[in-house]
Design a protein around this ligand. Structure first.
Ligand code: NAP
Length: 278
C-alpha cells in the first residue's frame, strides 16, 4: 500500500491528509477496547494524525487516545481542542494541562480552539503562545471559523496552522469562499464529518461511481473530500473494516467524469453560505 499523501502546515510540518477522528469514543467503557484497537489499526495503516477534544465524552475520548498511543507516541500527530468556555488566558493553560494528563503525554502537536466563544481571540492566542513556549503544544489552530473570523484572526496573529470545519458532499458551502481563501493563505483545512457521520453508506446517488471503481459509496465520499490539495480528512471509525476501507479510500482517484456526476447531484455553492457546524 503506498504511503498516505501529506500536506504541509504553515510551520513546515508535513502531516498525512487522512487521519482519525474520535468523537463519541470514550462514552462507554465496554466499547473502549474496540475503540483503542481501531485507533491502533489506523496507526498501523499510517493514519497517524489523531483528532480528539476535551469535549468528547467529557475527556473520555482523550483517555481512549492515551491507551491507543501508549508506547507509540512518536508515530502520532496528536490534535486536541479547548472548549470556548475554557479559552481565557489562564483556563486555556489549565485545560491543556488536564488534556495532557488524560492523554498521557507531555505535548499535543496541534491544539485548536473548538469554536469561537466570548473570549477575545488575542487572549486565547496569547495562551497558545505561552503553551508553545513551554513545549506543551507544538502549534495551534482553530475550528469552525468562517471567513470573517479568519480575517479577524489574521489581524491578531499569523500563527494559525489549520481551520477544522464541516466538509462533505452534502455540506459544500466552504468551496465558495473559505476554502479558496485558506488555500491562498496556505492554511490547510481539516474536514470533519467527511463521510457525513456514516450517512453516505449505501447511498444510491453514489452507487454507480462506487461500482465503477469497485469500492463502497462511503469510500467515494471520502475520496471526494481528499481530492483537493491542502485538505485533511479525519473520519472516525471503530469497526476495523471501516478503518481499512477509509485507508484504502486515500488511494482512490476519482475521474473528471465522476466529479462532474457528483456536482450534478450535490451542487457546489453559487453564493455565500454561512459556515455550517455540527
Ligand atoms: P464521520 O467521520 O463523517 O462518520 C463517522 C461514522 O461513520 C461512524 O458511525 C462510523 O462507524 C462510520 N464509518 C466510518 N468509516 C466508515 C466506512 N468506511 N463505511 C461506512 N461507515 C463508516 O463523522 P464524525 O465522527 O462526526 O467526524 C469525524 C471526526 O471529526 C470526529 O470524530 C471528530 O474527531 C471531528 N469532528 C470535529 C468537529 C468540530 O467541531 N471541530 C465536529 C464534528 C466532528 P463506526 O465508528 O461504527 O466504524
Amino acid at each position: 500500500m503506498p504511503a498516505i499523501r501529506t500536506t504541509r502546515l504553515p510551520a513546515g510540518v508535513d502531516v498525512p491528509v487522512l487521519g482519525q477522528g474520535t468523537w463519541y469514543m470514550g462514552e462507554d467503557r465496554r466499547r473502549a477496547a474496540d475503540e483503542v484497537a481501531a485507533l491502533r489499526l489506523g496507526l498501523d495503516l499510517s493514519m497517524s494524525l489523531i483528532d480528539t477534544a476535551e469535549m468528547y465524552a467529557s475527556g473520555g475520548a482523550e483517555e481512549v487516545v492515551r491507551e491507543a498511543i501508549a508506547g507509540r507516541r512518536d508515530e502520532v500527530f496528536l490534535v486536541s481542542k479547548v472548549l470556548p468556555s475554557n479559552a481565557s488566558r489562564q483556563r486555556t493553560i489549565s485545560a491543556c494541562e488536564t488534556s495532557l494528563r488524560r492523554l498521557g503525554t507531555d505535548h499535543i502537536d496541534l491544539y485548536l480552539l473548538h469554536w469561537r466563544g466570548g473570549v477575545p481571540l488575542a487572549e486565547t492566542v496569547e495562551a497558545f503562545k505561552a503553551l508553545m513556549a513551554a513545549g506543551k503544544i507544538g502549534h495551534w489552530g482553530v475550528s469552525n471559523f468562517d471567513v470573517d473570523d479568519m480575517q479577524e484572526l489574521a489581524r491578531v496573529s499569523n500563527g494559525v496552522q489549520t481551520n477544522q470545519v464541516l466538509y462533505n458532499l452534502e455540506s459544500r458551502g466552504i468551496e465558495f469562499d473559505l476554502l479558496p481563501a485558506s488555500q491562498r493563505a496556505s492554511i490547510p483545512t481539516m474536514a470533519y464529518s467527511p463521510i457525513g457521520q456514516g450517512g453516505f453508506a449505501g447511498d444510491d446517488r453514489l452507487a454507480a461511481i462506487a461500482g465503477r471503481h469497485g469500492v463502497s459509496t462511503t469510500q467515494v465520499a471520502l475520496a471526494w473530500v481528499l481530492r483537493h490539495e491542502g485538505i485533511i480528512a479525519i473520519p472516525k471509525a471503530v469497526r476495523p473494516e471501516h478503518v481499512r476501507a477509509n485507508r484504502a479510500a486515500a488511494d482512490l482517484v476519482l475521474t473528471e467524469a465522476d466529479l462532474a456526476e457528483l456536482d450534478a447531484v450535490f451542487s457546489p455553492p453559487r453564493r455565500k453560505v454561512p459556515l455550517e457546524m455540527i
